[in-house]
Design a protein around this ligand. Structure first.
Ligand code: SAH
Length: 399
């Protein structure tokens, strides 16, 4: 086995369980013959990671083309083979069963399920996979075989059309990993039904991470006029109508998303209450404020606004702007339901941003609910990227 030796100062993070070894944290790489390697190791090779004092840190896959040179798969000296992946996936499934997420769930949440760079969403009998690092991509056949054997699914689909793969030296691609099937499926959530377009929807087709938060709006939307921006396929909005809202308007910049949202409203018999329009939320919210429109509840679920540390300021400015515009549209004593889905804007920064938007719009806010993503996306303390979703409901009153 090839051995990767870490620099001295890297010990605490890796020893505490973080699975990433950055290229600049490696002191040396030693070949099977004990000699220091001068040329890069073939991407995807399983290597042993050792601390500077030769103590064993774990075993993982290497890719020196990537900033994250090694992702650790196991802390034990165990074989990384098909059985290893089967065991990990089975364990993750048993965990989901234990915590009560079975019909639809994020079955594998990468690092949080000790399978770095692997995402698997389960939509009843269908599975959608993303392998976003070179080393895990090599194990796709083993992963598919494990799913076949544990679930005997109706279909498995690969949504690897994500730009991050290129940083790993991988191509973007999507397609069937099982016999072809109709990729337009229907899932059930909280007593409602939703069309999911596995092939052309965003990310894996559906945002399971908000599944519990959609329930959290139940009481505040009763009898309310509701506006939802960044609606995607209308999930929050259709929940609002189901929970007794008087009227619901959902907007999204994507025509395709709006078409799917309309289909979803009809599927649930809520299309007389729930309307959707294709619009840029920033422009629409500003315009409606000018027109003095007001809503009892405004819901915002914007995209990440940033993918890199360098542009956190830009993301914060985006969150502030949209929340500010949202708050201006809320009746005195109404509610703002607002989310952020990037770990780069942490909880403190997110709450500060909402607070500052309230200050600028001369509103008082009172926290009703603050949550993270659903529990089928486990959070591992110390692994920042697993703690990413912030979901906040505040009551908004005029000063
Ligand atoms: N609330 C949704 C997920 C929203 S994802 C759910 O729970 O399923 C973010 C959405 O914002 C995407 O659908 C994207 O098309 C949309 N979006 C991005 N920029 C936008 C903009 N400027 N105005 C309106 N929608 C936008």
């Amino acid at each position: 086995m090839i051995k990767v030796f870490l620099k001295r100062k890297i010990v605490p993070r890796i020893a505490n369980g973080h699975p990433w070894v950055y290229g600049n944290e490696i002191a040396k790489i030693v070949g099977e013959d004990g000699k220091v390697l001068e040329t890069p190791v073939a991407s995807g090779t399983i290597v042993d990671v050792h601390f500077f004092d030769n103590q064993y840190a774990g075993r993982g896959y290497i890719n020196q083309q990537s900033q994250i040179a090694v992702r650790i798969l196991s802390r034990k000296c165990e074989d990384i083979n098909d059985q290893f992946f089967y065991n990990r996936i089975l364990k993750a499934w048993q965990y989901r069963q234990k915590i009560g997420y079975t019909e639809n769930c994020r079955l594998i949440f990468g690092e949080a399920d000790y399978l770095p760079a692997l995402i698997i969403d389960k939509f009843n009998d269908y599975f959608v996979i993303q392998t976003i690092a070179y080393g895990i991509d090599q194990w796709k056949p083993a992963i598919v075989a494990a799913l076949q054997s544990i679930f005997n699914p109706k279909g498995i689909y690969e949504r690897n059309d994500v730009p991050v793969r290129e940083l790993e030296g991988l191509q973007q691609q999507k397609g069937f990993l099982s016999a072809p099937f109709d990729t337009n499926i229907i899932i059930k959530e909280n007593g409602l039904q939703f069309h999911v377009d596995i092939e052309n929807g965003q990310k894996t087709g559906y945002f399971l991470d908000q599944q519990d938060n959609r329930k959290a709006i139940k009481n505040i939307v009763k009898g309310a006029d509701v506006l939802g921006a960044f609606t995607y396929t209308g999930t929050f909005e259709i929940h609002a109508a189901h929970y007794g809202a008087k009227s619901v308007l959902g907007i999204d910049i994507s025509e395709q998303a709006v078409a799917q949202a309309n289909k979803n409203a009809a599927l649930n018999g809520l299309d007389s209450i729930c309307k959707f329009e294709a619009r840029n939320a920033f422009d629409a919210l500003r315009q409606w404020h000018k027109e003095e429109k007001l809503y009892d509840v405004v819901m915002l679920d914007p995209p990440a606004f940033t993918k890199s540390r360098e542009s956190i300021d830009k993301a914060v400015a985006g969150y502030k702007e949209i929340n500010l515009r949202g708050m201006k549209l809320i009746k005195d004593g109404g509610f703002l339901v607002t989310s952020s889905c990037t770990n780069l804007v942490n909880t403190r920064l997110f709450l500060q941003t909402i607070e500052s938007a309230a200050k600028d719009t001369k509103k008082y806010i009172r926290q009703v609910t603050f949550k993270a993503q659903a529990s089928d996306h486990p959070i591992i303390w110390g692994m920042e990227n697993t703690n990413y979703l912030k979901f906040l409901i505040v009551e908004v009153t005029n000063k």
